[in-house]
Design a protein around this ligand. Structure first.
Ligand SMILES: *[C@@H]1O[C@H](CO)[C@@H](O)[C@H](O)[C@H]1NC(C)=O
Ligand SMILES: *[C@@H]1O[C@H](CO)[C@@H](O)[C@H](O)[C@H]1NC(C)=O
Length: 236
């Protein structure tokens, strides 16, 4: 039986003794490869090339519902087959797959997913402080994985190897080469001028210099008079 309980996560030495673990194939009809039978996990920060950078919150899969998932990260979007260092994959405790990926004819295979804790005392296996059985299937062109929620945070499954845009940069795919600033960066503090008084009106101006010339970038100016918000305008 596969259930979404943290009890599935055990020290690797105990894993073989967990009697409740049956082969996922027994429950895997219809074909999980078919569209609609799996869900996509699209965060490019799951890549083994991505180092989690403070202050971004590390990824955590504690809320994942047990089921079949396809990573959509880079061209291959495979889970790494070797140990991944801490702080990679957009998380603190990365989870890799100890084993090789199956061929199409292998059907659904079970593998051991290993969470690499930085430390955990003498009883912890290096690179595999906790482990859980996962399912993996080759869907001819992509892989899907039967994943369980993690028992704690911050722990997340790794996938993909291409380096995404660095922290604070963005592109439609999340990957280079067209990484742009997520927010326009001010190169100097804004210059405030005024008031200019004309007959019965007055105005202030605010000059700013910023990087990039993305037509989708906009600024919002909020003027406060005696701490009352009285004027608001947007300018592209
Ligand atoms: C999952 O991602 C693949 C590849 O980008 C895409 O073709 C597919 O439509 C996506 N499925 C869903 C349900 O979003
Ligand atoms: C990976 O699996 C192999 C074969 O089961 C095992 O010998 C090895 O210790 C595992 N590696 C880690 C880091 O757990």
């Amino acid at each position: 039986m596969w259930c979404s309980h943290t009890a599935n996560w055990v020290a690797p030495s105990l894993l073989l003794a967990v009697a409740a673990l049956h082969n996922v194939a027994a429950q895997a009809t219809p074909d999980p490869c078919l569209h609609g039978n799996y869900q996509n996990l699209t965060d490019v920060h799951r890549s083994v090339s991505y180092v989690t950078t403070y202050p971004e919150p590390p990824l955590c899969d504690i809320d994942l519902v047990a089921g079949w998932y396809r990573f959509v990260v880079d061209a291959e979007s495979k889970m790494p087959e070797t140990c991944v260092n801490n702080f990679k994959c957009g998380t603190t405790v990365p989870i890799w797959m100890n084993g090789t990926h199956p061929s199409v004819s292998d059907g659904i295979q079970t593998r051991r997913a290993c969470a690499n804790f930085q430390s955990g005392g003498a009883s912890y296996t290096p690179c595999c402080g906790q482990a859980v059985k996962i399912g993996v299937k080759n869907c001819e062109g992509f892989f899907i994985y039967y994943l369980h929620p993690t028992p704690a945070c911050p722990m997340a499954y790794c996938a993909g190897k291409d380096a995404p845009c660095p922290a604070g940069k963005w592109s439609p795919t999340g990957l280079p080469p067209d990484c742009k600033d997520t927010y326009p960066q001010l190169t100097d503090p804004p210059t405030f001028l005024g008031p200019v008084i004309e007959r019965n009106t007055f105005y202030f101006t605010c000059d700013l210099t910023f990087s990039g010339n993305d037509p989708d970038q906009a600024f919002e100016f909020v003027w406060l008079f005696n701490a009352w918000r009285t004027l608001k305008c947007r300018q592209k």
